[in-house]
Design a protein around this ligand. Structure first.
Ligand code: KIV
Length: 263
C-alpha cells in the first residue's frame, strides 16, 4: 500500500474508493489493524471507556493520549495515525499548540478535535503551523453532558442545517478530514457529497467516504453497543479474521446497511 497520507485519502475519495479507520491504543493491535488493510488508525479518547472503564471520554488527559499514541505509532507501519485531543485540551491557542505538538511528537500524523464553527481559528492556526486536523461533528462524545446523553444529532432541520454549515466552515478553515458520528444517513451523505475533504462516518450510514469503528465494538467485546455496531467476529476464528472482515465489508459497500443507520 505504501505510507498513507492525506493525499492518498483525497485520491480515494475522488475515485469513489471507500477507506477504513479502526481505533487502536497499543502496538500489537496497531500492527494487526494495519496488516488487515485499514488505511487509518485512530488513537481515540474512547480509550477512557474501553481501556479505563469510565462511562465517558471526559476523564482522559493529554498524557494518556500521548502515551497510547507513542505505543500505536511504534507499530502502525503504513497506516496514517490520528490522535484525539482530549476534553478541554484545546481551549486556548497556547494550550492547543502545546498539546497538539505533544501528540505529533509522539508520532501521530494528524490530530482530531470535536467541534464546528467555533474551532475555525484553532484549525487554521494548527494547519498553518504544519499540524493536519481531523474535525468531528454530530454526536461529539466530549459534549455528552450538554446533549443529555449519547443521542443521535441532526434530526431536526435546524440541527441538520447547523451541522452542514459547521462542516463547510471547518473545511474552509483547513481541516483535512471530518468524522461524522450518529447523524441521519441522508444528512451524512449530503455533507460527504458537498465537501471536497474525505468524510469518515460512524453511525452515519453508508454514504460517507470511509467508516470508523471502535475496535472493541467490532470485535464483539463491548458490553453495550449502539444500533450501528456489527460484531465482525461472527463466523471468524481469529481477531485478524474479524478485523479483515470489517475492512472488506466497508470496501465492498456491505457495511453499514440500513439496519445500522439512523433516519
Ligand atoms: O474516540 C474515538 O474512538 C472516536 C471515534 C468513536 C470516532 O472519536
Amino acid at each position: 500500500m505504501g505510507k498513507v497520507t492525506i493525499s492518498t485519502l483525497g485520491k480515494k475519495k475522488a475515485e469513489g474508493e471507500k477507506f477504513v479507520c479502526i481505533t487502536a491504543y497499543d502496538a500489537t493491535f496497531a500492527r494487526v489493524i494495519a496488516e488487515a488493510g485499514a488505511e487509518t488508525i485512530l488513537v481515540g479518547d474512547s480509550l477512557g471507556m474501553v481501556l479505563q472503564g469510565h462511562d465517558s471520554t471526559i476523564p482522559v488527559t493529554v498524557e494518556h493520549m500521548r502515551y497510547h499514541t507513542e505505543c500505536v505509532c511504534r507499530a502502525a507501519t503504513d497506516a496514517l495515525v490520528i490522535a484525539d485531543m482530549p476534553f478541554m485540551s484545546y481551549t486556548t491557542p497556547e494550550q492547543t499548540m502545546a498539546n497538539a505538538t505533544a501528540l505529533m511528537q509522539a508520532g501521530a500524523q494528524m490530530v482530531k478535535m470535536e467541534g464546528g464553527t467555533w474551532l475555525s481559528d484553532t484549525i487554521s492556526m494548527l494547519v498553518e503551523r504544519g499540524i493536519p486536523v481531523c474535525a468531528h461533528l454530530g454526536l461529539t462524545p466530549q459534549s455528552v453532558n450538554t446533549f443529555g446523553g449519547f443521542k443521535v444529532q441532526g434530526r431536526t432541520p435546524k440541527e441538520a442545517k447547523s451541522i452542514l454549515a459547521d462542516a463547510v466552515e471547518i473545511q474552509d478553515a483547513g481541516a483535512s478530514l471530518l468524522v461524522l458520528e450518529c447523524i441521519p444517513s441522508h444528512l451524512a451523505a449530503d455533507i460527504s457529497r458537498k465537501l471536497d475533504i474525505p468524510v469518515i462516518g460512524i453511525g452515519a450510514g453508508p454514504g460517507t467516504d470511509a467508516q470508523v469503528l471502535v475496535m472493541h465494538d467490532l470485535l464483539g467485546l463491548s458490553e453495550h453497543t449502539a444500533r450501528f455496531v456489527h460484531n465482525f467476529m461472527e463466523g471468524q476464528n481469529t481477531i485478524q479474521g474479524g478485523l479483515k472482515a470489517f475492512v472488506e465489508a466497508v470496501k465492498a459497500g456491505e457495511y453499514p446497511r440500513e439496519e445500522h443507520s439512523y433516519t
